[in-house]
Design a protein around this ligand. Structure first.
Ligand code: HEM
Length: 527
């Protein structure tokens, strides 16, 4: 016989019997138990109640951001060295140690703002999250495709996301709300110049870059630290879409990027990315015109050349979308020995947020799920119980000793692999201040000048289309910022909105920003 999908030919006798989760065989899956053929139904209808109440709980909350995504698997292979220099000079992380060493990875690509079934052709940053299942436990590198972010302090994250998400009244995404917020957030300019040009709609996931965005540290055997930024470069090249391309794609298919990735892997055309790392000495670099811990900035490549450290190949799709894509959980706190946090204020806030949301979204035992377990390292903890506890986290020989220290057995502390002190000494008084050297416009202007003509035209057109839907006061502020980013950008967007530099000359510098001497000179010329 042929089954519904037209594939199988198993006879009825070979097929497993349907059961419920108690192992009870199901003899009738078509009819509830009722009194007489026409009802009423009975309350002790266990099989029916189990089936329907499980169905009622099939959905877990979707991610508050990055709800739409796709997960695939593969491996990372280390180059072991940079030219003649071993990578181990900078980090003792084992996954980089030897040339050719392979580490299993799971990678989830995503959009940010839309819900779980939203369009993958939306103008939106893309998430690029990689879980390395190393022998020292998991390392998550949770990045995006644009290299910078809208804000530099985690305390502003709920606000920036609320402005980008649909209106809480009409549930529409509204440019008026987005630019109301951005016009008072000058640090967002660099991100906006990236997001509203063609790079804001990658053609698909295989043809986009990835960046760690935040600044991390590497630590070597001696406890010396350096600051690092991560970059993923696709071997497939980078391809983007204009608004028109994207409209055509999403008219036919909302999930084109997932489909593209799955089809490539199924036909054996495995996508590949090279991982490059920029390195800086671990201090605040007063000689630079930006702070190395500021995630609205990139590090100039001439001074800090990205050095290749390995490659990543994706060669396997998930076998269950829910278990492996909806329940996979990444976080910036998930680091292994030899990799560390920097004092980047976004990074610290993110590190709290990820595991907090996952305990809510998936449950307190989310790390016991197969996709999140450190499958190449062993787990022994004294964490116990909680909803959906699956086992006892490798309790060892003495399961009754679930505390430490104990002289009767149980788990013991490890020994630091090296000195337990590292990095420069930190001093300061408690305060609430923005960082010095905010320099919000310079790199945004440099990015604009690096664009090709068609990319600039696309950016200007998109800004005019969207900002024209905002209040006049917001329009003026945006033009004022754009004139500081780059004259041409301010003039062209202003012209499209009917706003001249004279019209915005009266605007005071916004309370939330510091201007450089260069910015002030530009302002003087506005009037
Ligand atoms: C997902 C918070 C900034 C990249 C998430 C989630 C939260 C969150 C709550 C949902 C996680 C889940 O449900 O499993 C934050 C906060 C930020 C921040 C508080 C700033 C303070 C960033 C930045 C990037 C980024 C700067 C890019 C470098 C991602 C990615 C995901 C994600 C890729 C999806 C992970 C996945 O595929 O499951 N973020 N985020 N986030 N975030 Fe952030």
């Amino acid at each position: 016989m042929t089954d519904v999908a037209g594939q199988g030919s198993a006879s009825d006798d070979d097929r497993p019997i349907l059961t419920n989760r108690q192992g009870h065989p199901v003899y009738d899956n078509q009819n509830q138990r009722t009194v007489g053929a026409r009802g009423p139904a009975t309350l002790e209808n266990y099989q029916f109640l189990e089936k329907i109440s499980h169905f009622d709980r099939e959905r877990i909350p979707e991610r508050v951001v990055h709800a739409r995504g796709v997960t695939t698997y593969g491996y990372f292979e280390s180059y072991g060295k940079w030219g003649d220099e071993p990578i181990s000079r900078y980090t003792r992380a084992k996954l980089f140690r030897e040339e050719g060493k392979r580490t299993d990875v799971a990678v989830r690509f995503s959009t940010v703002i839309g819900g779980r079934d939203s369009s993958e052709a939306a103008r939106d940053p893309r998430g690029f999250a990689v879980k390395f299942y190393t022998e020292d436990g998991n390392w998550d590198l949770v990045g995006n495709n644009l290299g910078v972010f809208f804000i530099r302090d985690a305390i502003k994250f709920p606000d920036v996301i609320h402005s980008l998400k649909p209106d809480p009244v009409s549930h529409e995404q509204k440019p008026a709300r987005i630019f109301d917020f951005m016009s008072q957030t000058p640090e967002s300019m660099h991100m906006l110049v990236n997001l509203f040009g063609p790079r804001g709609i990658p053609a698909d996931y295989r043809h986009m870059q990835g960046f760690g965005v935040n600044t991390y540290k590497w630590v070597n055997q001696e406890g010396d630290t350096v600051l690092v930024k991560y970059h993923w470069m696709p071997k497939q090249g980078v391809k983007s879409m204009t608004e028109e391309d994207a409209a055509a794609v999403q008219a036919g298919e909302l999930g084109h990027a997932t489909k593209d990735l799955y089809e490539a892997i199924r036909r054996g055309d495995y996508p590949e990315w090279e991982l490059l790392v920029q390195v800086m000495e671990d201090h605040d670099h007063p000689e630079l015109d930006f702070d190395p811990l500021d995630d609205t900035k990139t590090w100039p490549e001439q001074e800090f050349p990205p050095r290749p450290v390995g490659r990543m190949v994706l060669d396997r799709t998930v076998s269950n979308y829910f278990a492996e894509n909806e329940q996979i959980a990444f976080g910036t706190g998930v680091l292994v020995d030899g990799l560390d946090f920097s004092d980047d204020k976004m990074l610290v806030g993110r590190t709290f947020s990820y595991s907090d949301t996952q305990r809510y979204r998936v449950g307190p035992n989310y790390l016991q799920l197969p996709v999140n377990q450190p499958k190449n390292a062993t787990v022994h903890t004294n964490q116990r119980d909680g909803q959906m506890a699956y086992d006892q986290d490798g309790h060892g020989e003495n399961p009754e000793v679930n505390y430490e220290p104990s002289i009767t057995g149980g788990l013991r502390e490890g020994t630091y692999p090296t000195a337990d002190e590292q990095g420069p000494e930190i001093r300061g008084r408690l305060t609430r201040k923005r960082i010095p050297r905010t320099n919000d416009y310079l790199q945004a202007g440099q990015r604009f000048r690096l664009m090709e003509d068609w990319e600039r035209d696309d950016l200007v057109k998109n800004f005019i289309d969207l900002i024209s839907q905002t209040d006049r006061a917001v329009q003026e502020r945006m033009v004022w910022h754009f004139l500081l980013v780059e004259n041409e950008l301010g003039l062209r967007v202003g012209e499209g909105l009917g706003i001249s530099p004279k019209d915005v000359a009266h605007l005071e510098p916004l309370a939330s920003q510091d201007l450089t001497d260069e910015d002030r000179k530009r302002l003087e010329n506005l009037g």
